[in-house]
Design a protein around this ligand. Structure first.
Ligand SMILES: NC(=O)c1ccc[n+]([C@@H]2O[C@H](COP(=O)([O-])OP(=O)(O)OC[C@H]3O[C@@H](n4cnc5c(N)ncnc54)[C@H](O)[C@@H]3O)[C@@H](O)[C@H]2O)c1
Length: 287
């Protein structure tokens, strides 16, 4: 009886030791697999001397993805935040493949209308600057859904600005628009041209600009506002481009107009616009 008991005991002890060994090996393997993710996450959460970490909102969209490419090429650290409502994951993947090294590029899926989520992103990441591109951006659509535009553009900019203030991020580049000028009586439009927007898109952007400027006057935040016109073109190496959702085509963008003109859908426009489209410049501004 004693002999059987001691054999059972030693078999049991052997099993426990084997299980413990198994668990230890598993933990080591898991830790090894996790370590690159952990170290790359920590790179984004710490300021690093000589490295500027830029948050690109709307980074999966047309202009945001090209801006991110340029930043990455110029050795910036980039975090893209996008809710993918209009942009696409392909534009993220391309850059992830081009810049796979830890601490170069991360993508965060989030909606800027969610103040709690935005605050968490700022708390977990050490940003040096923000380039704020995220927006709905179709004039025609804005006249049909004005509240959506005021919310997405004006209110969300306030959310971004408050998070920047709370987390002491002191540089902002804001992507505004020529639509803030409305229909100027005198051409060409200059910095002195009065801003009198005539549609909810332009008005929402103008309000966002005013909020940014008022805030910058009372703080040491450095701001720059870009009011560009219709943007067209793509990465000369063809890795990125503009990919508007088909259902938005009717609201009109210069690229859509180019394609329609090239296909002869808009009579009389073909020659003029196709020449502009064949420029192959990364950004051609047409007013
Ligand atoms: N394309 C132009 O000709 C033009 C001209 C002047 C100004 N702009 C401005 O430049 C910016 C970018 O324009 P674009 O042409 O790249 O547009 P886009 O639609 O291609 O990109 C906008 C991106 O923002 C994201 N987004 C929208 N709402 C969001 C939210 N609530 N939270 C997170 N992400 C959100 C979309 O998913 C999309 O990826 C916009 O602010 C637009 O007003 C564009």
């Amino acid at each position: 009886m004693d002999y059987l008991d001691s054999r059972r005991k030693s078999r049991c002890a052997g099993k426990i030791i084997a299980a413990a060994l198994c668990i230890t090996v598993c933990i080591i393997i898991l830790k090894q697999n996790q370590s690159p993710t952990y170290s790359s996450l920590s790179l984004f959460s710490q300021h690093e001397l000589g490295v500027t970490h830029v948050l690109v909102t709307g980074g999966a969209g047309y202009i945001g993805s090209h801006a991110a490419l340029r930043l990455l090429k110029d050795s910036y650290r980039v975090t893209k935040v996008d809710n993918l409502s209009r942009g696409n994951l392909g534009a993220v993947k391309v850059l992830q493949d081009l810049f796979p090294e830890p601490g170069r590029l991360q993508f965060i899926y989030a909606d800027l209308g969610d103040a709690k989520a935005v605050n968490k992103i700022f708390a977990e990441n050490a940003f040096d600057a923000v380039m704020h591109f995220a927006a709905v951006a179709y004039v025609g659509e804005s006249t049909m859904e004005p509240l959506r535009y005021y919310h997405n553009i004006t209110s969300n900019t306030l959310v971004v600005l408050e998070a920047m203030a709370a987390h002491k991020v002191k540089t902002l580049i804001y992507s505004s628009t020529c639509a803030t000028y409305g229909e100027p009586v005198k051409m060409p439009i200059t910095e002195q041209t009065p801003q009198l927007p005539i549609n909810p898109y332009g008005k929402a952007k103008k309000m966002a600009e005013d909020i940014i400027i008022d805030f910058s006057k009372t703080t040491d935040m450095a701001v720059m506002i870009l009011r560009y016109f219709n943007v067209i073109g793509s990465d000369p190496e063809g890795r990125l481009g503009e990919a508007p959702q088909p259902e938005l085509r009717e609201h009109g963008r210069i690229s859509g107009a180019c394609f329609d003109a090239a296909r002869g859908i808009i009579p009389g426009l073909k020659q003029r616009i196709t020449i502009q489209c064949w420029g192959y410049l990364p950004m051609i501004l047409i007013d």
